[in-house]
Design a protein around this ligand. Structure first.
Ligand code: ADP
Ligand code: ZN
Ligand code: MG
Length: 646
């Protein structure tokens, strides 16, 4: 139950959906391959040299034994300074030694007695003295294996650790492949999604029709020198059909559609995210006119300071997206679409002109849209005549398109399980209850009491805002729950302004209090609910900034206490003000919020009849637009006592 000030907050409570599939298959196969190579190398090495560990013996001992006619050495193989010794009766070296001191081994006394002998002479010589073989060439294969054995585990370790770090950074690692983007291509041949498959959402569809028109006939726009839209950002709650909408644009325009999810970028090794972006854009350009769709872009394009220093990798990927978008020619024929349910989290650089400068809001469906969506998803399923989609649409306030699709599917499953030939209304009701109220789904469906409290709460915001002279006009009121809130009252400024007066700020405080005050007025002091907590937080933070940052406190006028780098911090309190001033600040904040509550109360008491009527209309229609609000609010008056503050 928030008003305009806190609209942004309602989104913040939602995490992005994460696809925790555990380890990725690709990672597994990479690690597996490396292990296999190491194992093979290990085997080959040991086949060459045998599994017996060679014992090291001093060179002097070797020479002594070699010169003994009854010695035990059959053969000595010399490679550089290393000697491998094979004793009689063995066919592989079991001992090894190392030349030390200067001079050749011959100089040191290692004589090859059997050299130059042949036939019987050689045979009898070999019975007494060892054959000495000097191996000139280095054992290349052995060196390769040695290097491989040393290097491969290091590589494996490096990969393993960077993988671990990625896991730590991105909990939702679900896939990994190098370099090439794995963007899915929904070409014209694939099963086409069109606007017909997207029910409701008329205003979003209208916005996107223009994009479709551009993709179909770009010449028309170029001739008139029109700047072609480059980036379109679809914003809305999860499951509202953003992905579906983007595919419908591609289907309508009949162009290739390259789609990739931001979370897929987010878990790349260093540099891979950026190279994927490059690849994605170059493929799209080759197939122009085409659409690039980056789903869940917040995963990679969150504010660079939002998480206390975004990952460098994300930053590189984001930068690459910006570079690619800036590098587009006007006639490249590629439109970049992106979807997010957290616009507030996006890096501002993405929203600048020439980037994602078109915003299309995909809202949670209202009752008539919910009915349309239900019809889409029940179409093609056999249903009994008694199925009442109208009442289902009425009951599902706050459900997204995905929720509704889910209910339709559950109904079919229920019917099948029960052995019905067609879906009956009972199946539908059961499916709804399982999906909406069931223990595992906390969809925002309110009971009648909560709906009534919400209606009065929002009506309170609307009336106070409408009546006070310096508040923006009421734009829309809804009791459809949204994110963590029960309802919303929007106020829209008639024009863009840079400054707000103290009167305006006081009116904002009062209308924020309007919700809680209306609840108290109608349901009594005991009925104070938790639904106003975000309103109260907003009041607290706005009041504080009025006092501390804007110098608007009665007793502290024109004094500001900036925190941060420029602040002057007193030694005793560690704050930019003394204990005494701190107390004064608290008093001033309290004064502002008390005053706001009092003004709201006076307004609502004087307009109780309007409050009742508005709440009643909200209960009946859920959402009231500006034009519908006007006749209802017309009779609301500003009491004289409240005027005094101006
Ligand atoms: P988002 O991307 O906004 O999270 P999706 O586009 O993935 O939502 O929607 C999920 C599913 O919900 C869709 O595949 C579709 O079946 C259903 N859906 C959502 N919105 C609509 C709609 N307006 N009309 C018909 N089906 C919808
Ligand atoms: Zn509220
Ligand atoms: Mg989506």
């Amino acid at each position: 139950m928030v008003d305009q000030m806190s609209n942004k907050m309602s989104n913040k409570t939602k995490g992005r959906p994460n696809n925790q599939n555990g380890y990725s298959n690709t990672i597994r196969s990479i690690v597996f391959t490396i292990v296999l190579i190491c194992f093979a190398a290990f085997l080959i090495t040991n086949m060459n040299y045998g599994t017996v560990q060679k014992t090291e013996v001093p060179i002097s001992e070797v020479i002594q034994r070699a010169n003994n006619p009854d010695g035990d050495i059959a053969k000595i193989t010399v490679m550089g300074d290393t000697l491998d010794i094979t004793v009689k009766g063995k066919d592989q070296p079991t001992e090894t030694s190392r030349k030390d001191g200067s001079g050749t081994l011959y100089d040191q006394g290692l004589v090859n007695y059997c050299e130059d002998l042949t036939g019987d002479e050689l045979a009898s010589c070999q019975k007494q003295y060892p054959t000495i073989e000097y191996k000139e060439d280095v054992d290349v294969w052995g060196i390769v294996l040695n290097v491989a054995l040393t290097v491969l585990p290091v590589i494996a370790l490096v990969i393993f650790f960077s993988w671990m770090m990625k896991q730590a950074n991105a909990a939702n690692a679900n896939s990994l492949s190098f370099g090439k983007s794995r963007a899915k291509l929904y070409g014209p041949d694939k099963k086409k999604v069109t606007f017909k498959d997207v029910a409701g959402n008329e205003s979003a569809k209208q916005d996107l029709t223009e994009i479709v028109d551009f993709l179909k006939s770009p010449k028309k726009y170029e001739k008139l020198g029109a700047k072609i839209p480059r980036g379109v950002l679809l914003a809305g709650d999860p499951g509202t059909g953003k992905t579906l909408m983007a595919r419908a644009v591609a289907g309508e325009a009949n162009v290739p559609f390259f789609s990739i999810s931001g979370s897929e970028f987010a878990e790349m090794f260093v540099g891979v995210g950026a190279s994927r972006v490059r690849d994605l854009f170059s493929r799209a350009k080759k197939n122009a006119p085409s659409i690039i769709f980056i789903d869940e872009i917040d995963a990679v394009a969150h504010k660079r300071d939002a998480r206390g220093g975004a990952g460098r990798e994300d930053e590189q990927t984001l930068n690459q997206i910006l570079v690619e978008m800036d590098g587009f020619d006007n006639d490249s024929g590629v439109i970049v679409m992106a979807a997010t349910n957290r616009v507030d989290m996006l890096d501002k650089a993405l929203l600048r002109p020439g980037r994602f400068d078109r915003h299309v809001n995909v809202a949670l469906p209202e009752r008539k849209d919910r009915l349309e969506i239900l019809k889409v998803h029940f179409k093609g399923k056999p249903v009994e005549a008694d199925v009442d989609l109208e009442s289902l649409a009425k009951k599902t306030a706050g459900s997204s398109g995905a929720d509704l699709a889910n209910i339709a599917n559950e109904a079919a499953i229920t019917a099948a399980r029960e052995g019905h030939k067609a879906i009956s209304n009972k199946d539908v009701v059961e499916a709804f209850e399982r999906v909406a109220i069931g223990p595992e789904r906390k969809s925002k469906v309110m009971n009648d009491k909560e709906r009534k409290i919400t209606a009065y709460h929002e009506a309170g915001h609307a009336i106070v805002g409408h009546v006070l002279p310096d508040s923006d006009p009421v734009h829309k009121v809804t009791i459809i729950p949204r994110g963590s809130t029960g309802g919303v009252t929007w106020f829209l400024p008639p024009e863009d302004r840079s400054y707000k007066s103290i009167y305006e700020l006081k009116d904002i405080l009062a209308r924020a209090m309007g919700g809680r005050v209306a609840e108290k007025l109608v349901f009594g002091k005991d009925a104070v609910t938790t639904g106003a907590s975000s309103d109260l937080k907003n009041v607290a933070s706005l009041a504080k900034s009025m006092i501390v940052e804007e110098g608007m406190g009665d007793g502290l006028r024109n004094l500001v206490f900036p925190e941060g780098d420029t602040g002057y911090y007193t030694i005793t309190t560690g704050k930019p003000y003394s204990e005494k001033t701190a107390e004064q600040i608290d008093t001033e904040i309290r004064k502002l919020s008390d005053e706001a509550a009092k003004r709201a109360e006076e307004v609502l008491k004087a307009n109780k009849d309007v409050l009742d009527k508005l709440a009643e209309e909200l209960l009946a229609h859920e959402t009231l637009e500006e034009t519908e609000l006007e006749p209802l609010l017309k009779s609301a008056k500003l009491p004289d006592s409240v005027k005094l503050y101006k």
